[in-house]
Design a protein around this ligand. Sequence first.
Ligand code: UD1
Length: 343
Amino acid sequence: MRILLTGGAGFIGRHLLAELLALGHQVRVLDSLRPDVHRGRTPSLPAELVRADVRDSEAVDGALRDVDAVCHLAAKVGLGVDVQDLPDYASSNDLGTAVLLAAMARAGVGRLVLASSMVVYGEGLGRCPAHAEVRPGPRIEASLAAGQFEPPCPVCGQALLPALVGEDAALDPRNAYAASKSAQEQLAASWARLTGGRVAAMRYHNVYGPGMPRDTPYAGVAAIFLSALRLGEAAQVFEDGGQRRDFVHVRDIAAATAAAVQAPVAAGTLRAYNVGSGTPRTVGEMAAALSRAVAGPAPRITGAYRLGDVRHVTADSTRLRTELGWRPTVDFADGIDELARVL
Ligand code: UD1
C-alpha cells in the first residue's frame, strides 16, 4: 500500500517506518521536525520526507497525493508541565488531526491508523473487595501530599487492586495530553461516520526502546532513569514506586501499528486496540532493572508526585492478539539490556 506516515521522524515513527518498508509498503513521511524534539537536526530517513506541520492544510493536501492509508503519529506527547501547555496540546494534536481528516476526505483516503494512548482511560479499572470492578475517581492532591498514593474505591473507600481495562471502557482523560488523545479519537470517529472511512485507534502503553527521547520534556521514565544512572546517580522514583505500567517495546509497537493498517474495521467506524505486553510492572521494578543492567546505584524512592499522573495504567490487549494476530516478541529483560547498551 501507499502510506502517509505523520510523525515519521519521531521515536515510534522511525521504528514504524522501518516496519512498513520491510512489509513492502511505499511510505511518505510528513513531519514538522518540532524544534523541542529534534533540536534543529534533520534526520536522514529511508523515505521521502515532507517537512511540514500537520496543521498546514495545503502541505497535507500535497502529502496525501496517491496515498491509500494514513498512519497518524504526529503529536505533542508527554504530560505537560503546567496549564500554559493546554493550547499547544489542543492545537498540535486536535487541530492537527482535524486538518488531516478534512484533507483525507478531500483526497478520498479512507483508512486511518491513529496513535492513541492508554491515558484515555484515566485511572482505568480497580477491583474492590466489596464492589467488584470500579472506576477510581480523580486523585486528590491532599492525599498525594500525605503519601496516600493508591486510589480508593469511589463507593466505600477501601483499597483497590488494579485490574486490566478493556477497550469498551468509557474514556476518562485526566490531563491535557490525555484529553487531546481522546479528542483525536472522537474526531476520527466522526470523520469515519461522515465519510465511511475506517479507523484503528492504537492505545499504546508505555513505549520504550532504542531511539527513545532523552533529556527532553518528552523523555519517558526509562530514559530519565538511564540519564541519571549514566551520571552515577540513583533513579528518582516518584510516589512509592508501586505505580504500575505496562512497558512495551517500540519494535512490538511498530509491528502492531503496521498490522493495523489492514485491521478488520467496519466502514464508518473506529475500532480501538490496547497495545501492551500483557505483563504490568511497577515503576520501582523498572528502575531496579535498569540499575542492575548498568551496575549502577539502587533506585531512590522519593515520595514526590506529579499532578496529572495516573496511579496504574494497565490494559487488556487481547483484542489485538485475536483480531490482528499480534504477539509481543521482545522480552522485558532483553529489552532493558538492549536499552542500557544503546541509549
Ligand atoms: C507515558 C507516555 C505517554 C503515553 C502513556 C501511555 C512519555 C513521556 N509519556 O505516560 O505519552 O501516552 O505513557 O500509558 O513517554 N516517574 C518517576 N520518576 C521520574 C519520571 C517519572 O518515578 O523521574 C514515574 C511517573 O510518576 C509515572 C511513571 O514513572 O508514574 C511513568 O511516567 P512517564 O514515563 O512520564 O509516562 P506516563 O505518564 O505513564
